[in-house]
Design a protein around this ligand. Structure first.
Ligand SMILES: Nc1ncnc2c1ncn2[C@@H]1O[C@H](COP(=O)(O)OP(=O)(O)OP(=O)(O)O)[C@@H](O)[C@H]1O
Length: 456
């Protein structure tokens, strides 16, 4: 029976070939699976994830292929497959290879570098809109600090700059065992600096400098948000110089090219232009289709081409919105317990796909921007969780709905999971009070305002 364990890699490879599993799907679903035990003819397979939904997907898509292949390869007459999650296995019993892989040194480095595991070159669809940026990114990833320094990636909101930056960082971590990689948004850089300055002692400042100047690859996202922030600009300038002269790689993203960043000081403009500048523009129809197909594959869905085409035809300006529309259709199908049809998609997207495509700032939109900014879901903001990770963004969403579009307390409450208007009032007052003394919060709200209304 140990044959299953012994031949596990071969079994997976056969499933990949026989059932035509694409590389990313293989890497995502099959490769992480481990045989936990084989008893009689029951093969128990560990799905190393905290999400039971992943187990469901693997179960749905790969149970049969695995069953057939296991029998073929091992000569077992029949076998049953049982999938389990690590949480259902006593800790010490988890096979050691799984322990080390699920929290390997690599994962730890990715976590320390603040990377989203989903944003890799593998999951990045290349189209005419980002072909150059992707090639530039890969070139930098292959020889960091060498030729193109800094790499400056620019483009409109939600077009894949962050995804591409994380892909570079992942690649470097995978291929350079010892290099120290750090991704920050310019907002995080600013907040950390504010915190350091508030601590007011030299050792905190030296620590900050040491942290940013002793790394091999620094990625700073949304650099436009430091413009006009004097001390942040100054500090970033010295960080930049120090890294650049030590031939350390710098990667920067922005919504515009340096030449169009109006109040950018000349010393920055010229430095940003030292290396390579690459833009990402709007995706064409084929690229939008490919992105939706990839998402369908990664999320383990199988929906009709008609629906995919409908979404790709109607959402043109932003990939984040494209993905959002896809998620909305899937959520609505689950909620209504109905199959995904064109009719269902049209109904689910009627507020997003407006005839004139005019983007209106709505409470719903503000809530979604705040959720994304704080890496939580809109369901979290609308739900009942009371952890500070959720409560603060929820109150910020309340505050911004009131402040930017003057939404009534009642409507804000309704949009945030039917909360009472007094709860909303309390939330808004809390933020207003906090803003009087908390510079970090001020900076974050300032960034959010610009994200919600770039023209404002
Ligand atoms: N070429 C692509 N292939 C696959 N997914 C993509 C691609 N481009 C963007 N995405 C997805 O679209 C979403 C938005 O992308 P991302 O956050 O990288 O945009 P951005 O340009 O950094 O936006 P912002 O300027 O608002 O920060 C992400 O979920 C990302 O994975």
């Amino acid at each position: 029976m140990d044959k299953v364990i012994e031949k596990w890699d071969e079994i997976l490879q056969i499933v990949k070939v026989e059932y035509d599993v694409a590389n990313v799907a293989f890497n995502t679903w099959l490769k992480p699976l481990k045989v936990y035990e084989v008893r009689d003819n029951v093969v128990t397979i560990l799905v190393p994830s905290e999400q039971s939904v992943l187990l469901d997907i693997v179960n749905k898509k790969y149970r049969l292929p695995l069953q057939v292949t296991i029998c073929e390869v091992t000569g077992m007459e029949s076998c049953e497959i049982q999938f389990i999650l690590p949480e259902n296995v006593p800790k010490k019993e988890i096979p050691s290879y799984n322990m080390s892989e699920s929290k390997s040194l690599r994962d730890q480095r990715c976590e320390e570098a603040h990377l989203n595991p989903k944003y890799t070159f593998d999951s990045f669809i290349v189209g005419s809109n980002n072909k150059f940026a992707q090639a530039a990114a890969l070139a930098v990833a292959e020889s960091p600090g060498d030729t193109y320094n800094p790499l400056f990636i620019y483009g409109g909101a939600g077009l894949g700059k962050t995804h591409l930056m994380h892909s570079i960082a992942h690649y470097i971590i995978d291929n350079n065992e010892n290099s120290k990689v750090l991704y920050v948004t310019s907002e995080e850089f600013t907040n950390e600096l504010i915190e350091t300055i508030r601590n007011g002692n030299n050792s905190a400042m030296s620590k900050f400098r040491e942290k940013y100047r002793n790394i091999d690859v620094l990625l700073v996202d949304d650099i436009q948000f430091i413009i006009g922030k004097e001390s942040t600009q100054e500090e970033f300038f010295h960080t930049f110089n120090s890294l650049h002269s030590a031939k350390k790689q710098i990667i920067i993203s922005s919504d515009k090219p340096p030449k169009d960043m109006e109040i950018l000081e000349e010393r920055f403009r010229s430095r940003f232009e030292w290396g390579l500048i690459a833009d990402i523009t709007l995706p064409d129809y084929e690229t939008r289709m490919a992105i939706l197909h990839k998402k369908e594959e990664l999320d383990g869905y199988n929906i009709s081409e008609e629906v995919i085409k409908y979404i790709a035809t109607n959402i043109k300006s932003n990939i984040r919105e494209l993905e959002g529309a896809f998620n909305k259709v899937m959520a609505s199908s689950k909620l209504e317990k109905k199959e995904v049809t064109l009719e269902l998609a049209e109904k689910a997207l009627k507020d997003i796909i407006s005839p004139d495509q005019q983007k209106e700032i709505t409470p719903e939109y503000i809530i979604s921007v705040v959720a994304e900014h704080y890496h939580v879901t809109t369901a979290d903001l609308c739900g009942n969780k009371r952890s500070s990770k959720i409560v603060m963004p929820r109150q910020i969403a309340m505050y911004l709905c009131r402040d930017i579009i003057d939404t009534s307390l009642k409507t804000i409450g309704k949009n945030l999971g039917n909360r009472d208007h007094t709860t909303v009032m309390h939330g808004i007052e809390k933020i207003e009070k906090e803003l009087q003394t908390n510079d970090n919060l001020k900076n974050s709200i300032d960034t959010l305002r610009k994200k919600i209304n770039p023209q404002g």
